[in-house]
Design a binder for this molecule. Structure first.
Ligand SMILES: [Zn+2]
Length: 578
């Protein structure tokens, strides 16, 4: 039934996918028909009433509840069973949660959403979990791909993680020469800032052992001073201009983008994510996926390049869009290198580096200043990638300057990663009300890399405790592909600071389960200026929630990541069910 005062297009946009989702499945065993979503017009009759649940609302005014009612995709009542059951009418679905735990839908504030990479490219590591592979297996996979690829065309491998190989050494140019001498071959680290090339690739790019490093990147050498294959950050740009790649018609490209987005949307809700900040991607494909009812999560769209230029030119500001697809901050404007790949810009050198190495700064202060001012004047939320203390300082300088020259209320300039902080940086982040999107799964997933930084530094990395203590709204940003995006893995790492290998780093930055839930929900909503419509189980907000197989407050903290996602609902509609 059509809702009064809402046109057909809006109606389809808001609930169309929900109907599709419901028609194909059941809600916790109770078969639900498509009509169930179309409740009667009586405002006191809900579409769904959930009761007998352990609800953690992440709403300070009422942190716990046992029941709620949903109508038109929003919570209309949160409280006890009597209150919620008063909303039961003709056609209301009811669900006895049998004391299962329910939390708000999780929000990931930094994700590259590489659905078509997952679907179509060669994957050489495990995108979702800690898993060790062998260099031989990587070579085998690449060789099989090369055999099907014409000479001169690139052979690419994705999701390599240098500390998740059984061989306990770096992949190198000699390994990749075993794949092919006729094809340029590259393996991309999942961190996105380093790649490993074979000799053919170096030859095509005209890089040899005597080539000097460009600004913001390096061609790494082995102990005999030859190229070892690893190339960091901006030094990789030259490779993009050489060799041949498969080309696609615009129809093929559209189809791949659509299928990739639909695929990754399914993965997100499988892990309980109901909102994700996308680092760009194809906006047209995103809208098509939605129109087909295959967009299961909400998107804050962060962009650069042509679309950002069009926004600036045409006066489109952050916040334009609706609760499914909305322009958020800009795409991360990079100020330095990577945390996991050890290229972030540090004030003190990396542990144990022979010639003291302090990482890569990838933009100048002048460049950052001009960029931030232009974005600020356009009414768009700026977003810079800054990992190291040196880069965070530069980004804050640019943000402070922009706010002084073109003051605007409530900008919430975003700092993606914001990994290594100190007291002065904390003070400046707080003063600007900047919003960090901090690595959440790294504490568990990447504990094998923290010795490159050392415990002294790790006490100030992914500093959730420090952010909470001074009232900074830190959110979770998995950065997938670099980090797995499972929010429960993230919460376990925040609570324990212990990794998969049993090592604990920076235990002073531990936060409580409740705080970690807030990071992954309400603080995520705040990050995109959407805290009034989502991020907690509160009447009036979008009914995005997750049913968990166990209460993260009650289990061994080292097992939080093993809690199962029983069901994910976006706008009150089931989008994933175990
Ligand atoms: Zn990123």
């Amino acid at each position: 039934m059509k809702k009064p005062g809402r046109n057909r297009r809006e109606f389809l946009g808001l609930t169309g996918f929900g109907v599709a989702g419901l028609a194909s499945g059941s809600f916790l065993g109770a078969t639900v028909s498509a009509e169930a979503q179309n409740s009667d017009a009586d405002p006191h009759h809900a579409d769904l009433v959930v009761f007998n649940a352990k609800v953690y609302t992440v709403d300070r005014r009422m942190p716990n509840a046992e029941a709620f009612a949903v109508k038109g995709g929003r919570f209309v009542c949160v409280g006890d069973a009597v209150e919620a059951k008063a909303f039961i009418g003709k056609g209301t679905r009811t669900f006895d949660a049998k004391q299962m735990t329910i939390v708000p839908g999780f929000i990931d504030c930094h994700n590259h959403a590489p659905g078509n990479t997952l679907l179509y490219e060669l994957i050489v590591g495990n995108p979702y979990e800690v898993e060790f592979v062998t260099i031989a297996s990587i070579i085998d996979k690449l060789r099989a791909r090369a055999q099907k690829t014409p000479a001169g065309f690139w052979v690419d491998g994705y999701f390599y993680d240098d500390t998740k190989v059984k061989d306990r050494r770096q992949l190198n140019v000699h390994d990749l020469d075993q794949v092919s001498r006729e094809h340029p071959v590259v393996v991309h680290h999942r961190g996105g800032h380093t790649s490993y090339y074979n000799s053919k690739a170096f030859e095509l790019a005209a890089i040899d052992k005597n080539t000097p490093n460009p600004m913001g990147g390096t061609y790494d050498h082995d102990e005999n001073d030859g190229l070892n294959g690893r190339v960091t950050d901006r030094a990789r740009e030259v490779f993009n201009k050489v060799g041949q790649r498969e080309t696609f018609t615009s129809e093929q490209k559209e189809q791949r983008d659509r299928d990739g987005l639909a695929y990754i949307s399914k993965q997100f809700v499988r892990y309980g994510l109901t909102s994700v900040h996308h680092e760009s991607g194809d906006l047209f494909a995103l809208q098509q996926v939605r129109a087909r009812g295959e967009l299961l999560h909400r998107v804050s769209f962060e962009t650069a390049g042509e679309i950002l230029e069009a926004m600036i030119k045409n006066g489109i500001c952050t916040g334009f869009g609706d609760e499914w697809i909305r322009f958020g901050a800009t795409l991360e404007h990079a100020a330095d290198g990577s945390f996991s790949e050890r290229t972030m810009a540090l004030s003190k050198p990396y542990e144990g580096t022979k010639s003291p190495y302090t990482g890569n700064v990838t933009d100048t202060q002048e460049g950052l200043n001009a960029w931030a001012e232009r974005i600020q004047r356009a009414g768009i939320q700026p977003n810079c990638h800054a990992n190291g203390d040196v880069a965070i300082d530069m980004v804050l300088t640019a943000y402070e300057r922009a706010q002084k020259l073109a003051p605007r209320p409530d900008v919430r300039p975003k700092i993606t990663h914001c990994t290594l902080i100190n007291d002065d940086l904390l003070r400046r982040i707080k003063a600007l009300n900047a919003v960090p999107a901090v690595f959440d799964t790294y504490a568990y997933y990447n504990s094998d890399k923290f010795h490159f930084y050392g415990e002294q530094r790790m006490k100030h990395c992914m500093a959730f405790r420090s952010f909470f203590d001074v009232g900074i709204h830190a959110a979770a940003g998995s950065d997938f592909s670099p980090g797995p995006f499972a929010p429960l893995m993230g919460i376990q790492g925040m609570v324990t600071r212990t990794g998969w290998n049993g090592e604990t780093w920076g235990a002073n930055q531990r936060i409580s389960v409740d705080e970690a839930l807030q990071v992954n929900t309400l603080n995520g909503a705040y990050n995109s200026h959407e805290e009034t419509i989502k991020g907690s189980i509160t009447p009036g907000k979008l009914a995005d929630f997750v049913v968990l197989s166990a209460d993260p407050h009650g289990v061994d903290p080292q097992k939080i990541k093993d809690i199962e996602i029983v069901l994910t609902a976006t706008g009150g509609s089931t989008v994933y069910q175990k």
